[in-house]
Design a protein around this ligand. Sequence first.
Ligand code: SF4
Ligand code: SF4
Length: 83
Amino acid sequence: MAYVITDTCTKDNHCIEACPVNCIHPTPEEAGYDTVPQLYVHPTECIDCGACVPVCPTNSIYVLDELPAEQASFADLNAAYFN
Ligand code: SF4
Ligand code: SF4
């Protein structure tokens, strides 16, 4: 599976700091950070620990099973960032 970030993300980086496997990108140190509209979860590196969810002040992170239907496209959008 993998968790998925949606477009209410404000890039405050709390999830980056909470993620134990560093699978949320880009980080502020990485190229492209300033221009991406939101952050993304790597679809296979995510270990489904859920640590990122409670630290997100905008409730932008969903486990794939609970991704609202109207935001289903964000699963592919997160994965596509890493292609
Ligand atoms: S914690 Fe939420 S708002 Fe902050 S960067 Fe992560 S997904 Fe975006
Ligand atoms: S569920 Fe865990 S591993 Fe996956 S992005 Fe969130 S903090 Fe990282």
